[in-house]
Ligand binder design. Structure first.
Ligand code: KET
Length: 461
């Protein structure tokens, strides 16, 4: 508070720096107030000094600049402020019903009911999180009979959803592999760069998307991974690559594994969409399981924001599959050591939901059905949008890339000005890289969206 800074007789040099005019009004050279300089009573002088300082509210944070809005979550803020009736929020990757309403899965409601009935307490969790959750999440990822689980080579720590789990792993890399860098795909989910920057982990990009083919630049990807210093961490999207919606084929994954092996790189998977790409939890874990099978030590960050719709519960995990149980134990102990001063221990509610859903055969199969339904709705919308675009656009442009992309998003190829036109003229809120979340689109709105895309694509730039 400003009153604290100026009630002392020697104003802080930090507070004075760069603000001479403001301070000159309220504070004399010595740091005492002009008004108080005339009074003889020390108490009164102090009182006046404080009063004036409070009144002026000169902040020591005056030089703090306004941060730019977040490129993804900032879009939702702008959407909420828009009053146009046609507005559409295709920014954040969050599932909506056909009526464009948020969706709480029935299995989640059932699990929460069970939890209430059990009357569970709110004690602190251990630093590594809820044991039943950690077991369930590793099994869901790798398969319960996976050798790495059987031989206790998996260090699993419950994290603050996908983001927090990635951040914890980044802190681990910074501490234990300080000379290693992380390679991330170009493009990638916008927050990856922030996460590694804030953790002090150097990163560079590997080629991934080829705008000419609107597909994977596989040769570029392989060449860049080969060229990286041996022992780098290679960040890979387990499935449903964000933002492009383009995944390597199984054969390509095998080749990627060959190159990582050759170079002694460590795969670091971000799995935020297990079950959402194909509708099958196992199919979507193919890439991770392949690397584990081949004997790599693997990092995997998981999230339940999308596949269980637990966005605000902040539930996920970091798994490190190690070469021995001894290493796994030590890695886990250090992850806990990193977590403790950052956030102490994770929240319990989402962890219990996941443990209940995955641990109960009935709820588990209901979940799979609901996930298929969500993935199916997105596929229907994808198809309808493609149909609308192909029928309406008479230019002969091939829009079939929309059908080939998978997951929540479509990477439309619209550039920044075209994306801005989508928002400014059509009230379609989306990220400036041309990504649209099809999970936020309804069949009924496809027609309108197709008009907006055609206009922006052909009439802007
Ligand atoms: N990884 C990827 C690839 C990802 O798309 C997200 C979220 C996350 C991790 C983190 O999700 P969490 O809720 O921390 O488990 N993506 C969407 C939301 C966001 O940007 O935070 C998005 O791209 O819209």
């Amino acid at each position: 508070m400003a009153s604290l800074a100026f009630s002392s007789t020697s104003a802080s040099p930090v507070a004075l720096r760069g603000r001479p005019n403001k301070l000159a009004i309220g504070v004399a050279q010595s740091g005492a107030c002009h008004v108080s300089a005339r009074g003889s009573d020390r108490k009164a002088r102090l009182f006046i000094t404080r009063a004036v300082a409070v009144e002026k509210k000169v902040s020591r944070f005056e030089d703090v600049a306004m941060a730019p809005p977040d490129p993804i979550l900032g879009v939702s803020e702008a959407f909420r402020a828009c009053t146009n009736e046609s507005k559409l929020n295709l920014g954040v990757g969050a599932y909506r019903t056909e009526d464009l309403q948020p969706y709480v899965l029935n299995v989640v409601k059932k699990a929460e009911k069970l939890m209430l009935e059990k009357g569970e307490n709110k004690e602190y969790l251990p630093i590594e999180g809820l044991a039943a959750f950690n077991k369930a999440t590793a099994e869901l990822l790798l398969g319960a009979d996976n050798h790495s689980i059987q031989s206790q080579r998996v260090a699993t720590v419950q994290g603050l959803s996908g983001t927090g789990s990635l951040r914890l792993a980044a802190a681990f890399i910074n501490r234990y592999c300080p000379n290693s860098k992380v390679l991330i795909s170009s493009p990638t989910w916008g927050n990856h760069k922030n996460i590694f920057n804030d953790a002090g982990v150097p990163w560079s990009e590997y080629r991934y998307y080829d705008p000419k083919t609107v597909g994977l630049d596989f040769e570029g990807m392989i060449a860049d991974i080969k060229a990286a210093p041996s022992g780098s961490f290679i960040l890979l999207h387990g499935c449903a690559h964000n933002p492009t919606g383009i995944d390597p084929t199984p054969e390509q994954w095998t080749k990627i594994a060959d190159v990582l092996e050759e170079k002694g790189h460590t795969p670091f998977f971000d799995v935020a969409y297990q079950g959402f790409a194909s509708g099958s939890l196992d199919e979507d874990a193919f890439s991770v399981r392949l690397f584990v099978e081949r004997g790599f030590e693997v990092f995997v960050a998981q999230s339940y924001s999308k596949n269980l719709g637990l966005y605000s519960e902040r539930i996920g995990a970091i798994n490190v599959i190690c070469s021995s149980s001894g290493v796994a134990n030590r890695v886990k102990s250090q992850l806990k050591r990193l977590a403790r001063p950052m956030y102490s221990n994770p929240p319990v509610h989402g962890a219990r939901i996941v443990a209940n859903v995955v641990g109960d055969p009935n709820l588990f199969s209901e979940w799979k059905a609901e996930m298929e339904e969500m993935a199916g709705r997105i596929k229907n919308v994808r198809k309808r949008l493609y149909d609308n675009l192909s029928q309406k656009d008479k230019s002969g442009k091939d829009w079939s890339f929309i059908l080939r992309q998978i997951g929540m998003f479509s990477y439309t190829g619209l550039n920044t000005s075209q994306s801005e036109n989508m928002t400014n003229k059509w009230h379609v809120y989306m990220t400036k890289d041309g990504r649209i979340s099809l999970a936020g689109l309804s069949l009924a709105k496809c027609d309108y969206l197709a008009d907006a895309i055609i206009d922006s694509y052909h009439n802007v730039n």
